[in-house]
Design a protein around this ligand. Structure first.
Ligand SMILES: N[C@@H](CCC[C@H](N)C(=O)O)C(=O)O
Length: 297
């Protein structure tokens, strides 16, 4: 291993996250390193949250978000909670401002250990998502999959949470759809020039919904925080829910999403450390630390 950097394997409600600490170096996680880590069962991940030295004064760190396929994303809600938990344990601080490709993010660890991330403002204009052609109303766009006269999924709400999302409303169980089959087709549909995260959402009350997400660049995941935000704001925008929604995710558990009056979307949920090690950001070669989990308790 040439330039080992510390990392932690964590999860945000089942969203598999590697938090890699590149502060003090000019190195970046190479796409081939990300892909190499993603294919190994021990280090399989949905996103790597790479913590870099801050760029903008007043921010704690610049965070790069790498998908399992080696591409970069502008937002990752579950991963941001993991970063907050790791940095709170290291520094004793509770409040952080991060910079990402999508802008500045504020986040804090609560006294009960849950982490709240201010995911910023949702965008609904077609250019911001982005869509390949104009849609005046993005609460339901013309897009469907399945037979033309009996589509399996149709008319998604679309939104950007710093990354592109399409939310298909379903009345049945979210598990009864072949998202593994439809997900990649919809992710790569020409209407989404930057591809998109694809979510099935079933509203269960004015304040709750179940979701299942096919993540751009990662596939089926146990949870997707930005998708939970996109689904909650789309639920409120289409009159299906109120502005505070408990979103149940596939791995189990819920994210609490609050779309505040000032338009900011707040996401609250847990983060969990699993184990730590070192990795080479150029190749993805890694080694696990010897320390037993109890040593960190
Ligand atoms: N898991 C994330 C979203 C990750 C980014 C996504 N795959 C993309 O490319 O936009 C979350 O918790 O928000």
């Amino acid at each position: 291993m040439t330039h080992p950097i510390p990392f932690a394997r964590m999860n945000g409600l089942g969203n598999e996250i590697l938090v890699a600490d590149l502060r003090g170096t000019s190195a970046r996680v190479a796409p081939e390193a990300a892909r190499a880590l993603a294919v190994r069962s021990e280090t399989h991940f949905d996103q790597i949250m790479a913590i870099h030295d801050p760029v903008t004064p007043g921010t704690f760190a610049y965070v790069r978000i790498h998908n399992a396929d080696g591409t970069e994303a502008g937002a990752c809600g579950n991963g941001t909670r993991c970063v907050v938990q790791a940095l709170a344990a290291e520094t004793g601080r509770r409040d952080f401002v991060f910079e990402t490709r999508a802008g500045l993010l504020e986040a804090f660890e609560r006294a009960d250990g849950l982490v709240t991330v201010d995911m910023g403002l949702p965008r609904f204009d077609w250019q911001a998502i982005p869509l390949a052609e104009p849609f005046a109303d993005t609460r339901a766009i013309e897009l469907q999959i399945g037979p033309i006269d009996a589509p399996v999924l149709h008319s998604p709400s679309v939104a950007s949470m710093g990354n592109p999302h399409a939310v298909f409303w379903v009345s049945g169980d979210v598990w009864s759809y072949a998202l593994d089959r439809f997900g990649p087709i919809l992710e790569n549909h020409p209407i989404f020039p930057d591809r998109a995260n694809i979510t099935l959402a079933r509203v269960t009350s004015a304040g709750s919904m179940d979701i299942r997400t096919w993540e751009r660049g990662a596939g089926l995941t146990g949870a997707c925080g930005s998708a939970a935000c996109a689904a909650a704001v789309s639920g409120a925008r289409t009159g299906r829910t109120g502005r505070t929604v408990a979103v149940a995710v596939p791995a189990g558990g819920e994210l609490l999403i609050e779309w505040r009056g000032d338009d900011h979307v707040l996401m609250t949920g847990p983060a969990e450390w699993e184990w730590s090690g070192t990795l080479d950001p150029a190749t993805g070669a890694f080694a696990r630390d010897e320390a037993p989990a109890e040593a960190r308790a």
